[in-house]
Ligand binder design. Structure first.
Ligand code: NDP
Length: 329
């Protein structure tokens, strides 16, 4: 079996020195465990945080140990009653060809649907989009929503869910002209802009002549500052992530316009999706339904081979993905 370990903790951007490939003996499952052959694994922005040796909502990755993360695979050997070889499972020991796990979720395969969906549009990113928009930002029909990172795994779903739930106007930002075109022509966004084209505050204001009611923040930094200028009175921000800062060696000063929180009576609320598992079935009902009847467009960028997982991870941080970045093993 193969696994990818953390060789060194990156300062700034991760590179080849960050990762180490290892061949290990095929593990065998003990009592209450199954052996899984991983077929898809996820690379996610939060993994960059786990490479730092800091206390956070999940413990840091350990040097010299295999990385972890969402994966789906096929049970090869089972010591768990009710689970048999061939079953499809979701678990958290990605970054390796095979895993022995006791904590897993058995998945019901859906005909014509790639199991990788359980890492994206039917998984953690979908729950993040759903909870962030509906519960954290308390989105209501007829409101205007701005989402940054709009072409990514979470962002594209935020925009689509907002439209499906009756948004007046959905505006997205992304890092290339192709992504912007894609958002408006294929995903139903009313407007989108490339944040590399100029000053984000001006780019957003131009697309939001009547302001915005909700900002779903995936990026932080200049995007948050821009949103604060455009938010209407009693506007809400779901603080989901700040990917523009994850590889910064030295953090930049924050938004200069925080006084607007008071003047406009804004609410800014952070959340971690691990706390919201109770909303999973509601999300599956809505999102699964839209997927089944073709109202939701699902996007994935698939990279082949465990060997290419580090490149996929770096590529995701650089914006090479449209929709969820997936590694197929
Ligand atoms: P994405 O699929 O959106 O991939 C990351 C994207 O970030 C890239 O495609 C890139 O797109 C964009 N990006 C990278 N650097 C910058 C930058 N400097 N400025 C603007 N955009 C940048 O990842 P996810 O959908 O998985 O995650 C999106 C956000 O949600 C992240 O901040 C993540 O940490 C957060 N998150 C939070 C969770 C929670 O529980 N709170 C759970 C899951 C995700 P582009 O080409 O547009 O630059």
């Amino acid at each position: 079996a193969q696994e990818i370990r953390l060789r060194s903790r990156p300062k700034g951007w991760p590179d080849d020195d960050t990762f180490e490939f290892a061949t290990v003996e095929l593990p065998s499952p003990g009592d209450g465990e199954v052996l899984v052959r991983n077929t898809f694994m996820s690379v996610d922005p939060y993994m960059r945080g786990r490479m730092n040796d800091v206390k956070s909502y999940v413990p840091p990755y350990q040097l010299g140990k295999a990385l972890e993360g969402g994966a789906v695979g096929e049970v090869v050997e089972s010591n768990v009653e009710g689970t048999s070889p061939g079953d499809l499972v979701l678990h958290n020991l990605g970054w390796r060809s095979h895993a022995v796990v006791s904590a897993f979720t058995k998945l019901q395969p859906i005909e014509g649907v790639s199991p990788s969906r359980f890492l994206g549009a039917l998984g953690m990113p979908a729950l993040t989009a759903y909870v962030g928009l509906l519960d954290i930002a308390s989105f209501k029909p007829d409101e205007t929503v701005f989402v940054s990172g709009a072409a990514g795994a979470v962002g594209n779903l935020v925009g689509q869910i907002a439209k499906l739930k009756g948004a007046k106007r959905v505006i997205g930002s992304a890092g290339s002209a192709e992504k912007v075109e894609h958002l408006t022509s294929k995903l139903g966004f009313d407007a989108a802009f490339n944040y590399r084209d100029g000053n984000v505050t001006e780019l957003l204001a131009a697309e939001a002549p009547d302001g915005i009611d909700v900002y779903f923040d995936n990026v932080g930094g200049d995007h948050l500052e821009a949103a604060l200028w455009s938010l209407n009175t009693h506007g809400r921000v779901a603080a989901c992530g700040s990917i523009s800062t994850y590889n910064e060696e030295k953090l930049q000063p924050g938004p200069r316009n925080l006084h607007l929180i008071v003047a406009k009576r804004l609410s800014i609320r952070g959340f971690i999706i691990l706390d919201h598992g109770d909303r999973f079935s509601a999300m599956m009902k809505d999102v699964g339904g839209w997927l089944a009847d073709g109202q939701l467009v699902v996007e994935e960028t698939v990279v082949d081979g465990l060997d290419n997982a580090p490149a996929a991870f770096l590529g995701m941080l650089r914006g090479e993905n449209t929709g969820k970045m997936i590694v197929r093993l």
